[in-house]
Design a protein around this ligand. Structure first.
Ligand SMILES: O=C(O)CCCC[C@@H]1SC[C@@H]2NC(=O)N[C@@H]21
Length: 252
């Protein structure tokens, strides 16, 4: 594999051919690991997305999971989804030279020319408030995206890097850009907390200041996307004032 020079120190990697899910594989291996480790598979047979959806995982796309052993409270641990989104954007920009094409959609999608090119699934194991293992699962449509008919009505159109830019990036090349980019954001998070991540995320946020809809389990709220707060919650400005939404699906 190329890119050894940039590979972050102290981070292991396991390259697999076919697995059910790299998140599942990471959790199986977790008890035997003491440090961070990337798990990347050629293909997944049971790739999982957020909200119990399936994640289409053909060969040629990137399917990877970073397994971490965090020590902070669960709410702080979860803020790493923003580190992952920022790292993804950095990797895309480094590989394509197209800084204006990539935007971040709350809570943790990456958009290319307005379509979804990558998604992040954070899963954790542990008892009570504690998190023993954190799996940051990342799926990138490098060469293929699902048909628009395969995603939920109202969801953004899925796009691939190849069809939008003409660039064919191999998964291992993507990993060599993503792993150091993530390590940089993790170091910033460890040293300075969430504030710099929040600022950087907002600088690249899609539809900031515009009217959006946020659907929680029970209701849909419409309002102006004002900001995200220090806990990562979406702040929507409605007629009666701002509302903080910790978890939702967002529709544009
Ligand atoms: O729904 C989303 O947007 C999140 C998709 C996350 C998919 C990735 S692919 C690698 C890792 N393994 C999985 O089973 N899912 C995540």
């Amino acid at each position: 594999m190329s890119g050894k020079a940039n590979w972050p120190e102290g981070v292991a990697r396991r390259l697999l051919d076919t697995v059910d899910s790299t998140n599942a594989e990471a959790f199986r291996a977790a008890p035997h690991l003491t440090g961070p480790c990337w798990f990347v598979a050629g293909e997944q047979t049971a790739g999982r997305g957020r909200r119990a959806r399936a994640w289409t995982s053909p060969r040629g796309n990137f399917h990877g999971t970073l397994l971490l052993h965090p020590t902070e409270p669960a709410a702080t641990v979860a803020l790493r989804s923003f580190a992952a989104a920022l790292a993804l954007r950095d990797a895309f920009v480094a590989l394509t030279g197209l800084p204006d094409a990539f935007k971040l959609k709350w809570p943790n999608d990456v958009l290319l020319n307005g379509g979804k090119v990558a998604g992040i699934l954070l899963e954790s194991s542990g008892a009570g408030q504690g998190v023993q293992h954190l799996a940051i699962g990342i799926g990138v449509n490098l060469i293929a995206a699902p048909e628009a008919t395969q995603v939920e009505q109202g969801a953004l159109r899925p796009v691939s890097l190849l069809e939008e830019t003409g660039l064919r990036i191999a998964p291992e090349v993507f990993l060599d850009a993503l792993a150091p980019a993530y390590a940089r954001w993790e170091a910033i998070f460890a040293a300075e907390g969430f504030a710099p991540l929040r600022a950087a995320w907002l600088a690249h946020a899609a539809r900031l200041g515009e009217t959006i809809r946020a659907r929680t389990g029970t209701e849909t709220r419409e309002g102006r996307f004002e900001t995200i707060d220090e806990t990562g919650a979406l702040i929507l400005r409605q007629s009666h004032g701002p509302v903080a939404i910790p978890a939702a699906e967002v529709f544009f």
